[in-house]
Design a binder for this molecule. Structure first.
Ligand code: HEC
Length: 149
């Protein structure tokens, strides 16, 4: 092997390592989904609005602002409660404990629709993909402050 071949081989190895590293970083960023990435569809939120009116509004209010002991499902208090959790956590909480007078009575799909409506009411953007109807499938979607930029 000449000196030139050897240098060239090392350079290629370094380049391949750099590219591999970049791919890993790109992947990590792609999997960082949050409520700011467009994680429900507008149609889903419209269905959710009707399901909310039928199943939740009697206690939480027509505009999600809360009544007596039933807390608001919009605004800073609600968002503080759920900061640094996931869409899956909220879906699981609703599905297992709400409606308070009939917990577990709603399908995953209906709960996801209602959650989409709650997200819309909190100012999170709609997108191309529907919010998934089960806790593990929605676990990778972070609820938190709007990212800078
Ligand atoms: C019969 C009244 C009633 C109904 C109907 C009801 N809730 Fe609730 N909800 C409550 C009360 C009271 C609390 C607070 C006590 C608790 O957490 O169990 C609560 C708490 C919650 C919380 C937790 C809020 C927080 O910030 O931690 C969420 C989320 C929620 N409800 C969503 C819903 C959704 C969605 C529906 C409809 C599918 C619904 N609730 C229907 C009474 C109700």
């Amino acid at each position: 092997m000449t000196m030139i071949d050897k240098t060239r081989g090392l350079w290629l190895l370094a380049a391949a390592t750099t590219m591999f590293g970049a791919a890993v970083v790109a992947n990590a960023q792609a999997s960082e989904r949050s409520v700011w990435s467009g994680v429900y569809t507008a149609e889903q939120a419209t269905r959710g609005k009707a399901a909310y009116a039928a199943n939740c509004a009697a206690c939480h209010g027509d505009s999600l602002s809360g009544i007596d002991v039933a807390p608001a499902l919009t605004g800073s208090g609600f968002l503080n409660n759920w900061n640094n959790t996931s869409a899956g956590d909220l879906l699981g909480r609703i599905q297992t404990t709400m409606p308070l007078n009939a917990p577990g009575s709603l399908s995953g799909k209906t709960v996801a629709d209602i959650e989409a409506y709650i997200f819309q009411s909190n100012g999170f953007p709609a997108g191309e993909l529907a919010l998934p109807p089960s806790q593990p499938m929605a676990a990778g979607i972070k609820i938190g402050a709007k990212p800078a930029g």
